[in-house]
Write a protein that binds this ligand. Structure first.
Ligand SMILES: C[S@@+](CC[C@H](N)C(=O)[O-])C[C@H]1O[C@@H](n2cnc3c(N)ncnc32)[C@H](O)[C@@H]1O
Length: 456
């Protein structure tokens, strides 16, 4: 059964790729699998591929449903709750409290742009509820989640999530903010969280996007792991649309490095320990915009335990009482690692790193310590070190599917989809070879569960 990927230059596959690039900005490559699916869609309409692509190019009502199917096929839906611990800490400890100080709670508006299946939008809702000290957001539609992929948005509205979506979430968060969903084994955000989130289909390349979302209405725009999938030429259009929706003083946050070298001059660059934040410069009505900061504004030192007494109170007092003893190496690696994770949760990356290094000094083969070290390195943007730890894991345990998946995620973030997919392929192979019930580090999920989530 023929696909479309083998078409010659200028054939239907090339035209379709160009159409996808032009309309949604995606760096689309129609591979054999996608080609077969597209050929199937064309056949279902009783059309040859070239005619079908003609019809898509022509637009119109009939083509709209097929166009949605193309977009759904070509977009990458990978997401999870509290993805990137460092950025989540930054939002929790600095950005959201600051927004709450500047804006009355009823007026706050946040946007998760390219929200896929909704995990990021609900994460924002939970972080905002935590920052405002409430059990729920109170207001409806405080958070808008948008995506070009309608199927993903349906899942976001249904809000039923399996363990895979919680792979970077502490149990305390699921206990507090989620309840069992209707599907066996699924969890759903509490009604107070869901109530605050609305989803809408928006194509970030569309000139109408700022009007659909609301010009100058957003205190925070999160657009993470979206720009990496776009053509270089599409990025300025998308970024301009995102910035058009920011209020003066509002913040744009992308995944690490996604905006590097492509920051519009109206944005000031703030460098925090956990992430870079782009802030729309304030301007009084009618006044010319001030000049952007000539160089990045370095935030105060990374938040330390001492700087955040309220957060500390929520955690066991052991951190204050024992760090000196811990750093002298009196605890076994597992204990050091637990303490390192707690420090990471509190945003104290310096101590988390020190504890993790100590654990590795004591036992250089300690795989969980390498996983944590990789995560900490990624949080501070040091991908080389993150890769080094993951490669070490593979050296020590060649069948570590978890290391392959973590490396795949790093490649995703570096805009290297082919490397990412190759590693996911290796992970699939390793997972199929192991007993289906075996728990896979660092996720605490079984091989069967993970395979169910990453089937290619
Ligand atoms: C990898 S997911 C990122 C999900 C989430 N932001 C996160 O970081 O976990 C990328 C999402 O961007 C969406 N996307 C890609 N191009 C888009 C466009 N032109 N307009 C809106 N969404 C787009 C895709 O449909 C996909 O759901």
């Amino acid at each position: 059964m023929g696909g479309v990927s083998s078409e010659s230059a200028g054939g239907p596959a090339d035209r379709l790729e160009a159409l996808i690039r032009g309309r949604v900005g995606l760096r689309a490559r129609i591979d054999a699998l996608a080609g077969q699916e597209l050929a199937r869609l064309a056949r279902a309409r009783g059309l040859g591929l070239a005619e079908w692509v003609d019809r898509l190019e022509g637009g119109g009502l009939e083509a709209a449903a097929d166009w949605d199917a193309v977009v759904n096929l070509m977009t990458v839906q990978e997401s999870s709750f509290f993805r990137d611990r460092g950025q989540m800490d930054l939002l929790r400890q600095r950005i959201l409290p600051e927004i709450l100080r500047r804006t009355s709670p009823s007026a706050i508006r946040l946007w998760s742009a390219g929200c896929a299946t909704g995990e990021e939008a609900y994460t924002l809702a939970i972080l905002l509820a935590e920052a405002s000290g409430g059990e729920s957001l109170g207001q409806p539609e405080v958070i808008l989640g948008t995506d070009v992929n309608g199927v993903a948005l349906e899942k976001a509205r249904r809000a039923l999530y399996t363990a895979w979506s919680f792979r970077s979430v502490d149990q305390s968060i699921t206990d507090r903010w989620f309840e069992p969903g209707q599907l066996p084994g699924s969890l759903q955000p509490l009604p107070g969280v869901r109530h605050g989130v609305r989803f809408q289909q928006v194509n970030l390349m569309d000139p109408q996007a700022p009007d659909q979302v609301g010009r100058a209405t957003r205190d925070l725009v999160l657009c993470r792991n979206v720009l990496v999938h776009l053509e270089e030429e599409a990025v300025p259009t998308v970024v301009a649309n995102l910035v058009a929706c920011l209020r003066p003083g509002g913040c744009l946050v992308s995944a690490h490095g996604e905006l590097r070298g492509r920051v519009p001059s109206r944005l000031a660059v703030e460098v925090h320990a956990q992430s870079v934040v782009y802030r729309l410069l304030e301007a009084p009505p009618g006044a010319p915009l001030p000049r952007p900061a000539a160089r990045p504004i370095l935030s105060a030192r990374p938040p330390t335990l001492e700087a955040h007494p309220p957060t500390l109170q929520a955690h066991p007092p052991t951190l204050q009482a024992r760090p000196a003893a811990l750093l002298q190496g009196l605890s076994p690696p597992g204990d050091l690692l637990d303490q390192a994770r707690e420090c990471g949760d509190l945003g104290d990356y310096t101590r988390a790193q020190a504890l993790c290094s100590k654990a590795l000094e004591q036992d250089p083969t300690h795989l969980p310590a390498h996983f944590l070290a990789a995560q900490l390195a990624e949080s501070r943007g040091d991908r080389n070190e993150a890769f080094a730890h993951l490669r070490r894991i593979l050296y020590l345990e060649p069948d570590s599917a978890g290391a392959c998946l973590e490396m795949a995620a790093l490649h995703d973030a570096q805009s290297e989809p082919e490397d990412a997919e190759r590693l996911r392929g290796s992970a699939r192979q390793l997972l199929r070879q192991m007993p289906a019930d075996r728990l896979v580090s660092p996720y605490d999920m079984s091989a069967r569960e993970i395979l169910g989530e990453i089937q290619g």
